[in-house]
Design a protein around this ligand. Structure first.
Ligand code: SF4
Length: 351
């Protein structure tokens, strides 16, 4: 059975990769000073993040720089050990080691980086990068004919055709969009189930971003990949993702289907993101932006108590300063971690 045939046998709703309460704290390294104080200082990069990546769907993880979204991608790629929580692949908990199980894991879960120029070795050709990926993951076939066929198939899959025009090019001979397509082809060389795409178009010219997003969408549909799309651009999440999760200061604060979250944001932070996003359909509304909040993200070394958004939130209440809000389920699968949706305040927020 080919990859595409086996992909077609799935329903499009099964969970491939799941994060449960994933947490990552980085110790702050400083020279001098009190040893005990040094030990106590940590960056709370990611706290208690849970998400599910389903076959044949794109999940967007949206947030400002420093919100922890790229750290989530790296934790899911197992580039960093977890401080707490669990990752499950195919319903089975993933261990912490770097042995055989790690190699099996990275074959299934591939990470695409933001900067395709940095992620490709400038002294090697496209042929080298793709051949290496195929050999590492045992997919190079039995001889040169098999290998050539696989190389051509990878390039065709990312729409770099005819393949012979690209195989012997070096990264500097390609455009930014073509380089990112090569990086995606290299990831596909493993025949993965999951792609973790960390800001895959943010370093590309605006004119070619759509082409790369359309390619990823095509791969989602044809190969039934589960894709995590990390972005600071909530407008692109609406266009590209089935589900959108919004992250603020290391925590996920809202989730739901992309249309609902982007058109009817429930959390004040999501409302701020939407109000700040350039949108040709929306006339600049300074009052709405002011209402949605302003200011800078907090320090993750000493994150605010209670709701981490409270110093910027125009709707903050007394309890927001001391009690972290749990997740409140709203209509149609949408949810928000915000006290506005608790009981009497919830009725008020729904007005
Ligand atoms: Fe604002 Fe309070 Fe909701 Fe946090 S919990 S977003 S501070 S209203």
């Amino acid at each position: 059975m080919t990859t595409e045939q086996s992909a077609a046998a799935h329903t499009g709703t099964d969970v491939v990769l799941e994060a449960r309460g994933v947490t990552k704290h980085f110790p702050v390294r400083r020279t001098g000073g009190d040893v005990l104080a040094r030990r106590r200082r940590t960056v709370h990069a990611v706290d208690d993040v849970s998400l599910k990546l389903r076959r044949g769907t794109v999940t967007a993880l949206v947030g400002e720089s420093g919100s922890g979204k790229s750290t989530v991608a790296r934790l899911l790629a197992r580039l960093y050990p977890l401080t707490a929580g669990e990752i499950q692949l195919g319903g089975e908990a993933v261990g912490a080691g770097r042995g055989r199980s790690f190699r099996t894991y990275v074959k299934q879960v591939q990470l695409i980086f933001q900067d395709p120029f940095a992620s490709l070795n400038p002294v090697h050709t496209v042929r080298y990068h793709l051949t290496r990926a195929l050999k590492i993951h045992g997919r190079a076939g039995d001889g040169d004919a098999d290998l050539q066929k696989s190389l051509a198939a990878l390039l065709e899959r990312v729409q770099l055709t005819p393949p012979h025009q690209f195989l012997d090019k070096f990264p500097h001979e390609l455009s930014g969009g073509q380089r990112q397509r090569v990086a995606i082809a290299r990831a596909l060389g493993a025949d993965p189930q999951v792609l973790l795409a960390d800001e895959p178009v943010s370093m590309l010219d605006v004119s070619i971003r759509l082409g790369v997003l359309n390619l990823l969408r095509d791969l989602k549909e044809r190969l039934h990949l589960a894709i995590l799309y990390i972005t600071h651009d909530i407008a692109s999440a609406r266009y590209f993702a089935d589900t959108t999760l919004v992250m603020y200061a290391g925590r996920i604060v809202e989730g739901g289907d992309s249309e609902t979250v982007t058109q009817h944001p429930a959390h004040p932070y999501t409302q701020l993101l939407i109000a700040s996003a350039p949108d040709p359909d929306r006339v600049a509304d300074e009052e709405a932006q002011e209402e949605a909040g302003s200011g800078e993200p907090p320090s993750l070394i000493t994150p605010p108590d209670g709701c981490r958004f409270h110093p910027r939130c125009p709707k903050a209440m007394e309890r927001c300063r001391t009690e972290p809000p749990p997740r409140f389920d709203l209509a149609d699968g949408q949810w928000a971690a915000c006290w506005l949706y608790d009981g009497a305040e919830g009725q008020e927020a729904g007005k």
